[in-house]
Design a protein around this ligand. Structure first.
Ligand SMILES: [Zn+2]
Length: 442
């Protein structure tokens, strides 16, 4: 069934996966741990710049696809094609680069053709080319990103001269070794890249903003929060209930979900677009802990059942062919169903605080997070578990297996009842007792 799975999948899960969701799809090969990746087939050339990359929040990754070297004498034309191809192959905006030499004596030459020209001419050819003219040159690096239908690009360069008589050893290539930068120091050969990244750094706020906008434009939650008439929620229930938000904190909104199969179900969603709970800024986690405690207490008071909290986080951007495949949200179900029993065959770890998610999640793979009714927290490695898998377990557990798929059971009545019961929940009396009709399935 699985032609190239990244690991063995426990039998019950393999059986539960619709063929269309695996279909021989290879495991993601592109290492994308951060929302902004610099794609290069030669990561070694950025190794000395790790400090700067970390500061910019840029992860260097090797593409799992072919990134051809285009033969064009214009850096921007090459960068344009590379950036578009990487964007399409990776499924999300990413950075690409191109560098080369520019000889003062021959404007624009060899530019993006540097590698080929150096190989063709060799040391003697290059020496002849420069015999009666200046050997002054610049080493140039261009970094680009295809975003919002245009090429964003930054440039860095270092001045020096070319000396083809220098011996070429086991280095990064003849170019780097024949080029003698004016500036001394071990890292001088990387200065053009450092300067291109520094130029990007001066633009990083604007770039991040555009990336966020590009990601959230296709997101149903972002559309709803921005009040777009086209959002799914607005279309379904916008007239009767213009906002379904029952509670808000500095970083999160709480509201009943579409596909509400039981009264009292909730979503805890970030106000801003974030990929998943494991990728939140540090400052969010205290707010999240408090909110999860309050939510649990409230549902206990109202429905007589501690809820389970659950997240099925997507793999990092790029796997599913969309920009941002999800918007961080926890599902909350006040039901007495033992979900961990169904998941414990997956590799998993226990965590204490939510901020530990970032380290506990498997790298570059989808994960499941579960907080049980007793408050135990688990993070499961879930590369190929279908997205509605927990809903299936829970709806079966409460005797309503027909309600597992949210599109087929929208639960608009339950949504409205939950909204009526919980909206403005700060007004609820903390001492309120559980209702005796708790956990009704209607
Ligand atoms: Zn969003």
């Amino acid at each position: 069934m699985l032609s190239n799975p990244s690991r063995a999948i426990p039998e019950p899960f393999a059986a539960a996966i619709p063929a269309a969701e695996t279909g021989g799809r290879p495991a993601p090969q592109v290492a994308v741990a951060q929302p902004l990746s610099l794609v290069t087939s030669n990561p070694a050339k950025y190794a000395p710049l790790a400090d700067l990359l970390a500061q910019l929040g840029v992860a260097v990754c090797v593409p799992g696809f072919e990134l051809p070297e285009w033969q064009d004498d214009d850096f921007l034309a090459v960068l344009h094609r590379k950036a578009r191809l990487a964007r399409e192959a990776l499924g999300s905006p990413c950075l690409v680069d191109d560098s080369g030499l520019l000889l003062d004596a021959y404007p624009g030459f060899p530019g993006p053709l540097t590698g080929n020209i150096c190989r063709l001419l060799g040391a003697h050819g290059l020496e002849r080319l420069l015999a009666s003219t200046t050997a002054r040159a610049r080493l140039v690096c261009h970094v680009g990103c295809w975003l919002q239908g245009e090429l964003w690009h930054w440039q860095g360069e270092v001045a020096g001269r070319v000396d083809p008589r220098r011996p070429v050893g086991q280095g990064p290539g003849p170019l780097a070794q024949w080029f003698v930068p004016d500036e001394a120091g071990e890292a001088a050969g990387y200065l053009h890249r450092r300067r291109a990244l520094e130029a990007l750094g001066r633009d990083i706020a604007r770039l991040r903003q555009a990336l966020d906008a590009a990601c959230s434009a296709g997101c149903v939650f972002c559309q709803e929060f921005a009040g777009h008439a086209s959002s799914i929620y607005r279309q379904l229930l916008g007239r009767e209930l213009p906002s379904r938000v029952v509670h808000a904190t500095p970083h999160f909104l709480v509201f009943p979900p579409l596909g509400q199969f039981i009264e009292g179900g909730l979503l805890l969603v970030t106000r801003e677009h974030h990929l998943a709970m494991a990728y939140l800024p540090e400052s969010y986690y205290d707010d999240l802990e408090r909110l999860m405690r309050e939510t649990s207490d409230l549902l206990w008071q109202r429905y007589g059942c501690r809820p389970l909290f659950f997240e099925h986080a997507p793999v990092a951007p790029g796997d599913k062919g969309t920009c941002c495949v999800d918007h961080a949200h926890l599902n909350v179900f006040p039901v007495d169903v033992d979900v961990h029993r169904h998941l414990e065959q997956l590799p998993h770890v226990r965590i204490g605080r939510m901020c530990e998610l970032a380290h506990a999640r498997p790298s570059n793979q989808a994960y499941l997070f579960l907080q049980t009714q007793q408050g135990a927290r688990f993070v499961y490695d879930a590369p190929l578990v279908p997205s509605q898998y927990i809903r299936k377990i829970v709806t079966a557990g409460i005797g309503r297996p027909d309600r597992w798929h949210w599109r087929e059971y929208l639960g608009l009545e339950e949504l409205q009842r939950t909204f009526a019961a919980l909206s403005g929940w700060n007004r609820h009396d903390a001492a309120a007792r559980p209702r005796d009709d708790a956990v009704r399935v209607t």
